[in-house]
Design a protein around this ligand. Structure first.
Ligand SMILES: [Zn+2]
Length: 273
């Protein structure tokens, strides 16, 4: 079969255009962070399965039967906008779409809610934190879970991010949970869990530079790969720039830090400091 390189180029170009599209949308002011996070969390349970209406009903805290049957009343964002009308909530969702955090994708005849790469970068981060908090609570109360099956089959990128956060803690207290989890998950995840357990066991005998080196290696092993570029608008000069979330400098155990300035402007700020 004859392959021409044009196809590959087109694909790259399409990805870039998609990113650029997010940038244009980003010029619309995003909602304040607590609202932004709440909407993304609400969306997380219905991605590709529900549309704007269902999303607004979760946020409203609707007692509609379908919602309750799906267990959506257990979503942490359920009832977040209790005091707003469904119409006002839908406006907020549309604002999220215009700001480039959410999009709708046709599934059959109906447009379903989906994350944009930017929206997912934020939600994945928050979700991984949520799992870490759950573990912290469980460990502090001496609870040994029966199994860790609930983590199995989740989005791989989010699970790796969670494991990376566990690693960055450098804390041995997670080892029993990790050991339990390692028994139940799929091969790729198991391998990474073992890496983290090994690293936590060795933490005490490692000096700071070695530890940083190890974290960087795991980061690269886990996160360098296929990805969609995310374009951000520079707060200073207004030009678009590619946000390379895979750059370890933007990454810490506390989460992704979205840079406010383009590389050009941050370099200048650095020079004149
Ligand atoms: Zn700039």
């Amino acid at each position: 079969m004859f392959h021409n390189n044009g196809d590959i180029l087109d694909e790259t170009k399409q990805k870039r255009l998609k990113g650029l599209d997010s940038f244009v949308k980003l010029k619309n002011k995003p909602l304040p962070e607590p609202e932004l996070l709440a909407i993304l969390r609400a969306a997380d349970d219905i991605i590709a399965e529900g549309g704007r209406t269902m999303l607004s009903k979760i946020l409203k805290g609707s007692r509609e039967r379908k919602l309750l049957e799906l267990g959506l009343d257990r979503n942490p964002s359920y009832g977040f906008y209790r005091d707003l009308s469904l119409e006002q909530i839908t406006d907020k969702i549309d604002q999220m779409i215009r700001a480039g955090f959410l999009e709708t994708k046709k599934s059959g005849k109906l447009p379903m809610i989906a994350f944009t790469p930017l929206g997912w970068a934020v939600e994945r981060e928050r979700r991984a934190d949520e799992f870490l908090q759950e573990w912290n609570v469980g460990i502090s109360q001496n609870i040994t879970p029966i199994n860790i099956e609930y983590l199995k089959g989740r989005n791989r990128g989010m699970i790796f991010l969670f494991l990376y956060k566990v690693l960055c803690s450098g804390n041995k207290k997670y080892i029993p949970y990790l050991t339990l989890w390692e028994r139940s998950d799929f091969k790729n995840v198991r391998t990474e869990i073992r890496h983290v357990i090994k690293a936590l066991k060795r933490r005490d005998e490692m000096d700071a530079p070695d530890w940083e080196q190890l974290k960087r290696e795991r980061f690269e092993a886990l996160f360098i790969g296929d990805r969609d570029p995310i374009f951000l608008a520079c707060q200073k000069c207004g030009r678009p720039f590619v946000f390379d979330e895979w750059n370890p400098d933007y990454y810490s155990s506390e989460g992704i830090k979205f840079p406010e300035k383009c590389p050009n402007c941050s370099e200048k700020a650095h020079l004149y400091r």
